[in-house]
Design a protein around this ligand. Sequence first.
Ligand code: TYD
Ligand code: MG
Length: 452
Amino acid sequence: MPKAKTVFFCQNCGAQSVKWIGRCPSCGEWNTYVEEVIQQERREDRARGIRAAEPRLIADIDWSEQRRISTADGELDRVLGGGLVPGSLVLIGGEPGIGKSTLMMQVALRMEGKRILYISGEESEQQLRMRGDRLGIQNKDFYILTETSVQSVLHQIEKINPGLVIVDSIQTLQTEAVDSSQGSVSQVRECTSELQRLAKTTGIPVVLIGHITKEGYLAGPKVLEHMVDTVLQFEGDRHHIYRILRATKNRFGSVSELGIYEMQSSGLREVANPSEILLSQRDEQLSGVVIAATLEGLRPMLIETQALVSSAAYGTPQRSATGFDVRRLNMLLAVLEKRCGFRLGMKDVFLNIAGGIRVDDPAIDLAVICAVLSSNTDIPVDKDICFAAEVGLSGEIRAVNRIEARILEGEKLGFAKIAISAYNSRNLDIKKFSIQVIPCRRIEEVYALLFG
Ligand code: TYD
Ligand code: MG
């Protein structure tokens, strides 16, 4: 018997090495190499996989958008670029407990006229049935298979011939082709490639659910991301009810789309108009609360930035931000201090983006600054004004992208005024909007406008 060949794999990024290394040269992580046995594929096996393909004219290949399969879930369809593409492999990743299984089960249960096979290696049939009851959706064509061996899974797929296969999760699958343990890099890779082969040859779309490690990488690593057609990220704060689905890779659509859901006791609800929920219901005007017109992907969205400025109780002032980059907050505070003479050096500053979402869009700078100023002076900012501009190091108000979409979103939600950069309004006919557009050049101008 030939000696089993072993290779060391980095469990973080999937790099391999013939000997053990302490620090992975490709991703820099320490102590991630694990020895895995790889069985050399037998020659005949490999040869069988090679089918003689003929070159074809691109014009002869039949394809039309109608062939996309709608998932009956508006948000997911949009993130996918208009629905599932037959024969595609989609990976959906997210932290444990975020709602990946719920989302996929709900989507699958709602799909009509398609036989669905839901393969679960994590939960028992009873648990899945319970979740189905909780979601309260009936579907006569929904099959559940609790199985972890890829070979049996493929056999069952052949037998029931489903129109969509969901694998929950890819890390629990195991193939006999490799000897290493469940969830290891070579197992995950081998299982994915088996499913990829299935998808490509039969045209059945396959959705893989994948876990994320605590560092935020998809466990069973980058290799997996290369193999699939689409990578979706399901994220959010487990303590908040909103969840965001975004595409980080999509061979069949844009990666700038995103879907928003609200977790309810009976499943996930699509949020068609995110601005309405992200603005918390406010009756009275409070200081330190300012609305920003931001973009999430290509979608304009109004969010509430909240700031609290108070005298530092202990020597060193604290700066903390939730949903916003602290370094950026520090920079904005420094700009206020240095260029505009606001003395915030001995103040604690807390910043929060309402709704538990994270914003990286620089266009919320101005709103952040206004929230800080408002809290510092304890003067509320008018309820009917929103902001969309970046703030530069010298206190200048800078232009941002897709300004029209932002203005229109403010208009749609009934705001009376929006403050933007004067550089943005230059080549914009501001009279055509029913919302009043206020062009600003410097922070001082904005200060005068708000607190006079
Ligand atoms: P789950 O889909 O099991 O997460 P994942 O597969 O990503 O690990 O969802 C887990 C959480 O969702 C759990 O804390 C309970 C909650 N949940 C609801 O709030 N409402 C529901 O209808 C369901 C099914 C789950
Ligand atoms: Mg799950």
